[in-house]
Design a protein around this ligand. Structure first.
Ligand code: SF4
Length: 244
């Protein structure tokens, strides 16, 4: 089976509650959304898969595509899976290809905590196909005020019902343009599934936006804490280290 993978590397997780954990990242090309702050190349599938040979050194080897799932797993294994917290399947949106995930994941065993799926949280049927194979779900919850897109809340609600079968947290990218009422409404929707799901508010870093002031971050957190047990503000950290 061909694998539209565009990057493989070993680095620290830079977002959410597992920030700092060492992971092997496998980035798949393509997404069903087009968020205003997206930092991933989505306009054209790269001709090669980029592999960082020495972690942190940005010395890349380019692998000719198409690649088969066994080749992807072999490259991942060169980083020594046993020293890693988990394999992060990221994108783009990995759930665009559930059949591929079902073929690839069983070949990625050997990390300390298994498989970490990073997803935009809008494809519940695809998640249901692979939920038995993943160990952690890092689900984005997309706020229209920041994405510039129509709401996906019906999809998020269906998605959450499947995701909570495994260890799950939710990440919301927020900015100064995020209204308190929008956070309140989103937190209420999450609470309808469970008030114990950790919610991470991540300040937007896209240069075309106004960012997020400390005052507004704390106001947004307070509004979400009125409905949910565990709400944290965590900026991206890998960028500050210069990591991929
Ligand atoms: S869901 Fe993620 S990969 Fe897709 S457009 Fe939005 S930020 Fe980019």
């Amino acid at each position: 089976m061909d694998c539209p993978v565009c990057e493989i590397f070993s680095s620290v997780q830079g977002e959410g509650p597992l920030v700092g954990c060492r992971q092997i990242f496998i980035r798949l090309y393509g997404c069903n959304l087009h968020c205003a702050y997206c930092d991933t190349v989505l306009s054209e599938e790269p001709a090669h898969c980029r592999v960082e040979v020495s972690p942190g050194q940005r010395n890349f080897k380019l692998l000719q595509k198409p690649l088969q799932v066994r080749e992807i797993a072999s490259v991942a294994a060169t980083f020594d899976l046993s020293l890693h917290h988990s394999v992060s399947l990221t994108g783009g949106e990995p759930l665009l290809r559930p059949s591929l995930l079902k073929a690839l994941i069983p070949l990625l065993r050997g990390t300390r905590r298994g498989i970490y799926l990073e997803t935009n949280g809008t494809l519940p049927d695809a998640l249901a196909e692979v939920i038995d194979l993943v160990d952690m779900v890092a689900m984005d919850f997309k706020l229209p005020s920041v994405t510039g897109l129509p709401p996906s809340w019906k999809e998020h609600k269906s998605f959450l019902k499947v995701a909570v079968l495994k260890k799950t947290f939710i990440k919301m990218v927020v900015g100064n343009e995020t209204p308190l009422d929008e956070i309140g409404e989103a937190a209420e929707l999450i609470r309808e599934t469970s008030s114990n799901i950790p919610l991470i508010l991540q300040p937007v870093t896209f240069s075309g936006t106004g960012g997020l002031t400390a005052e507004h971050a704390l106001s947004l957190q307070k509004r979400a804490l009125e409905r949910l047990e565990d709400v944290r503000v965590i900026p991206q950290v890998h960028r500050t280290m210069g990591c991929l």
